[in-house]
Design a protein around this ligand. Sequence first.
Ligand code: PMP
Length: 349
Amino acid sequence: MSWEANVRKVVPYVPGEQPKIKNIIKLNTNENPYSPSPLVYKAYQETDLDDYRKYPDPTCSELVDSIAEFYGVKKENVFVGVGSDDVLSMAFLTFFNSDKPILFPDITYSFYDVWADLYRIPYRQIPLKDDFTIDPLDYYSENGGIVIANPNAPTGVKMPLSEIEDVIRNNKDVVVIVDEAYVDFGAESALPLIDKYDNLLVVRTYSKSRSLAGLRIGYAFGCEKLIGYLLDAKFSFNSYTMNMPALKLGAAAMKDREYFEKTVAKVVATRENFKASLKELGFEFADSATNFVFARHPGKPGKEIFEYLRANGIIVRRFDKPRISEYLRISIGTDEEMDKLVSVLKEFL
Ligand code: PMP
C-alpha cells in the first residue's frame, strides 16, 4: 500500500486564464474594466509598511464595520473572507454537513461541485430549464442544503426575488446560500430577507462591482446565529484570513458609494449597447443581468469563434461542458474594448 491510497484526491476548479502578455483585450474573468475608487488609492498611499510587522486584526473590524454601514445591517450580520470563493467554501464546510444531497443547478458556478467533492458533501445537480431559468419547484425535494447563484453564472440569467424567497421559505430546515457575485449589475438582492429567514446566507464579492478582484475580498450576510457558526469554522481553520491591505483598502472602497454606483452604471450601459450589437450579428443569448453576456452563434461553432478572437488578441471564456459548449461568456469591458470585439466578430462571421 502506498501513501497515495490515503490522499484526499480532488479534481480542482480551473480558474480563467490571467495571461502575462500585454495589449490583449481581457474579457474572460468578469473583472471590472474601471479602476478602484480614488479613496482606495488614497488609503494605499497612506499605508505604513511598518504596520506589516504585526498580524492583522483577526476580527476584521474595520472592513466588517464599513460593510455593515454601507448596507445598513449590524456587524454581527457580516462575515468576510478571501474573496467570495473563501466565503462560499467556508459556508459549504459549515452548513452542508448532512447525508442528504445539497442541490444546485447543472449549469452554474463550477466551483460548487468541486467544494462538495472536496468536503465529501453529497449533491444533486438540477437541470436548468431550456431557457436557462430555474424552476423553484425543483428545489422542494428533501435535501441537505441549497446554493443558487443570482444572477446565475455563466448564464447571466436572474431569478425574481419572489422565487428566491419561495425556495428559502420551503427549505427552512436547511441553509440556503444565495451567491450574489453579480447582483449589483441588475438583480434584486435577497439581503432584506436575512431578518425574516434564519436559514439564509447572502454572499457577495469585491471582485466585480467594486473593481478589486486582485485584493481578494468577499463577504456574506446572515442572521447573527448563522454568522456565528461561520466564524467558529473560520477560527478553527485560519484566524488571519484577511491581510492588512485588504482590510484597509476594502473599507475605503465601501465608503465611496458614488463611485461604485457610477462605475456599475457605466458597465450596465455598455452591456446594453453590446447586447444590441450581438443581436445584429445574429448571436443568441438569454438576457443578462450581470457584467457578462453568455452567447452562441447559430452559424458558427463556439470553439472557432473563441479561437479567432484569441488569435486577434481578445480573450473570452468557453466551457467545454454539456449543454453549453457552443457558448462564449464575454465579460463587459470598456466601450472601446467592446467596439473592437464587435468589429473582429464582424470580420469573422
Ligand atoms: N461566485 C460566482 C458566481 C462567480 O462567478 C465568482 C467568480 N469566479 C465567484 C463566486 C468568486 O469570486 P471571488 O472569489 O473573486 O469573490
